[in-house]
Design a protein around this ligand. Structure first.
Ligand code: C2E
Ligand code: MG
Ligand code: MG
Ligand code: MG
Length: 291
């Protein structure tokens, strides 16, 4: 933190307080235009079943490039959340994701797609349920092939009301996932009350896992908890072969991370999927020769 001299004296400068700097105002103006004109792109990161190597789905991740370079989601998503742009942005990401998912399914790949929901989207029940229902009606994708990821902290922000919204979303047939699991403040008993089908263990527990017995224990425990509750367990942020092998051996249901693939533009996804599937078939054939 930097101490800043002002008329009222010295105070501590925190970046999160700095909401009206020229850069922020310019960002906000550009983001508003980008959302209005559908200039925010969506990238897709595959999720793979580590036991079989089969691709089971992909997460849709918003991407925004301005004239002077790309802006990270960690910067523009919170800005959108504070300025009412998150609802139209979410609708655009949902539409893009369902368009992509429908095209994969037409090409013979029965994948699911996951979209991130900001906690703000859960505070207005009719809004989010309508947005999701309308998006599903525009595309030839079954509701069961859509997963909505909500962070653990977002799920406990407004417990009673939030749970009602989750039940309404569930009634549409979509799947619900707890994102960044392990980083929030939720009690384990709260988790059992949520109508969710999936736990996504946060990537901070994967980093350097082979050298950190404590992280190994946390992942193993989170995974056992998820399975005991009948949930699908996904581990995100897997970057290396060693991490992949370690997590596969724990028995999780899906792995997402740079080791499998970085988030890909929609136009590259099918080509990646076909080459991954061919490589997997080739490696299975090779193993087959030994039997
Ligand atoms: P998230 O939902 O937890 O998404 C996973 C993040 O981890 C993504 O960052 C992804 O690119 C990154 N990642 C995936 N594999 C690896 C890996 O092996 N190593 C490392 N170091 N990182 C990996 P990204 O795309 O920068 O997004 C950051 C966050 O922004 C997301 O975290 C999500 O919370 C938010 N976000 C992105 N798109 C949207 C959106 O459309 N709507 C909302 N509400 N939030 C979004
Ligand atoms: Mg996510
Ligand atoms: Mg996450
Ligand atoms: Mg995150």
């Amino acid at each position: 933190y930097v101490a800043k001299q002002t008329r009222t004296g010295v105070h501590v400068y925190r970046p999160e307080d700095d909401q009206d700097t020229p850069r922020r105002l310019a960002l906000l103006t550009d983001l508003r235009i980008a959302v209005e004109q559908n200039l925010v792109r969506v990238a897709y990161q595959p999720k793979v079943d580590p036991a079989t190597g089969q691709v089971v789905g992909a997460e849709a991740l918003a991407r925004w490039t301005r004239a002077d370079g790309s802006v990270r989601p960690d910067e523009f998503i919170p800005l959108a959340e504070r300025t009412g742009l998150i609802a139209p942005l979410t609708e655009h990401v949902l539409d893009s994701a369902l368009t992509a998912c429908a095209s994969w399914r037409r090409a013979g790949h029965p994948l699911s797609v996951a979209v991130n929901l900001s906690p703000q989207m859960l505070t207005d029940q009719t809004l989010i349920v309508d947005v999701v229902e309308r998006a599903l009606s525009r595309h030839d994708v079954p509701a069961t092939a859509l997963t909505l990821e909500i962070t653990e902290s977002g799920l406990i922000a407004d417990p009673t009301h939030g749970v009602q919204v989750l039940h309404s979303l569930r009634a549409l047939g979509v799947r619900l996932s707890v994102d960044d699991f392990g980083t929030g403040q939720s009690s384990l008993s709260r988790l059992t009350e949520l109508p969710v089908q999936e736990l996504k263990i946060d990537k901070s527990f994967v980093e350097d896992i082979t050298h950190h017995p404590a992280r190994q224990a946390v992942i193993a425990a989170a995974q056992q908890l998820g399975h005991a509750l009948g949930l699908h367990v996904v581990v995100e942020g897997v970057e290396t072969r060693a991490e992949f092998d370690h997590i596969r051996d724990l028995g999780c249901d899906a792995i997402q991370g740079y080791y499998v693939a970085r988030p890909l533009p929609q136009e590259d996804f099918l080509a990646w999927l076909e080459s991954w599937t061919a490589a997997r078939a080739a490696s299975l054939t090779l193993t087959g020769h030994h039997h």
